[in-house]
Design a protein around this ligand. Structure first.
Ligand SMILES: Cc1cc2nc3c(=O)[nH]c(=O)nc-3n(C[C@H](O)[C@H](O)[C@H](O)COP(=O)(O)OP(=O)(O)OC[C@H]3O[C@@H](n4cnc5c(N)ncnc54)[C@H](O)[C@@H]3O)c2cc1C
Length: 322
């Protein structure tokens, strides 16, 4: 496998793949590394077998908006390709990936050279650019772009690019515990979504009611920031039980024993995004950063950040050759 490229992108979530897609379209040879086993990042989906059905859970991002004209164009293409659909239960301008939230990321990744299950550990300079150390892999690139959550970017860039690391390090992200519950029958709760600004549960959704899903009744339940912080160190089985009990209490639904119950702790779920240009590229180092934390803490913000970084990289190249 070729380990040399023009631009190496660390992080194959929405921001990294947005930048990769834009730069590849301009003829750059791109490699993307992602430590995850498959596409998604914080738009991940999980599978589980419940009563003979294989069902999916969107345990991270629940839906996304498409307000920016350029992003609307991309979402229209995803809709035409059958990987996104409107989900009116979450709002007039709410979209979901189909059949899972990660479908859009998956389709972007399929057109690129993405190496899954590869965690970048260090970035060191070479006479030609950069060397990225990732377990047994060593990759070489003229330019490196880091599109991972702020706290992780700060660690990765601390030695090589202290200014970028400091910018990323100034961001604090809130955690979120997510529970995934499957039931043998529909819960007697009529709405497909639940939101609260005040209680221990900030959001819950009947996952099985999203477009393109089928099979058993499934719910994804998100604890509020306060609740998530309060139970941050609980083992996941206990956290799942806490969230399910909170959910029944919050929705006034009589408790029902689930056929399936799991939980996931997102340590860096939602950043307090920085106001600025949406991304940062250092032309002297040929290193840059993108991510929702540089634009807005949403799927659309991550996509726009990736586009902003791609523009900055291309502009820097034009400036250096003119
Ligand atoms: C619980 C939850 C609920 C949310 N709800 C919504 C919602 O309803 N609507 C909405 O618009 N947004 C929502 N969001 C936010 C949305 O998911 C994010 O804003 C968006 O997905 C961020 O994309 P990103 O590319 O910036 O980061 P990520 O998706 O986090 O992608 C970063 C990628 O980098 C990889 N990575 C990290 N470190 C390394 C490394 N060292 N080497 C290689 N790879 C690495 C990770 O595996 C990951 O795939 C939610 C997020 C969470 C967690």
């Amino acid at each position: 496998m070729d380990n040399y490229c023009d631009i190496l992108i660390i992080g194959g979530g929405m921001a990294g793949l947005s930048a990769a897609t834009a730069l590849a379209a301009c003829g750059r040879r791109i490699i993307v590394l992602d430590k995850g086993r498959g596409p998604g990042g914080r738009m991940a989906a999980r599978r589980a077998d419940i009563a003979g059905d294989t069902v999916g859970f969107d345990h991270g991002a629940q839906y996304f908006t498409a307000r920016d004209p350029a992003f609307r164009g991309t979402v229209a293409a995803w809709e035409a390709a059958g990987v996104a659909a409107r989900w009116p239960a979450a709002g007039e301008d709410a979209w979901v990936g189909t059949p899972g939230m990660n479908a859009c990321v998956k389709v972007m990744a399929a057109a690129l050279d993405v190496r899954w299950g590869v965690r970048a550990e260090r970035i060191t300079p070479t006479p030609e650019g950069w060397k990225v150390h990732a377990g047994d892999h060593t990759l070489h690139a003229g330019t490196v772009l880091v599109a991972v959550p702020a706290e992780q970017a700060a660690v990765l860039l601390a030695e090589t690019a202290p200014d970028l690391a400091a910018l990323a390090g100034s961001v604090e992200s809130a955690p979120c515990w997510a529970a995934m519950a499957g039931f043998g029958a529909s819960l007697p709760y009529t709405d497909d979504t639940f939101r609260s600004e005040a209680g221990p549960i900030s959001w819950a959704a009947r996952n099985s009611a999203k477009p393109g899903r089928s099979g058993a009744e499934t719910w994804v339940i998100h604890a509020s920031q306060t609740r998530s912080r309060a139970i941050i160190e609980l083992p996941k089985d206990e956290a799942a039980q806490v969230l399910l009990a909170d959910f029944f209490a919050a929705t006034g639904t009589a408790p029902v024993a689930p056929l399936h119950l799991d939980a996931h702790r997102w340590l860096y779920a939602l950043p307090q995004a920085l106001k600025g240009e949406g991304a940062r590229f250092d032309p002297a180092l040929s290193l840059g950063i993108a991510g929702d934390y540089l634009h807005s803490p949403r799927v659309e913000g991550a996509w726009l950040s990736g586009q902003a970084l791609a523009r900055q990289v291309l502009q820097a190249r034009v400036a250096s050759t003119s």
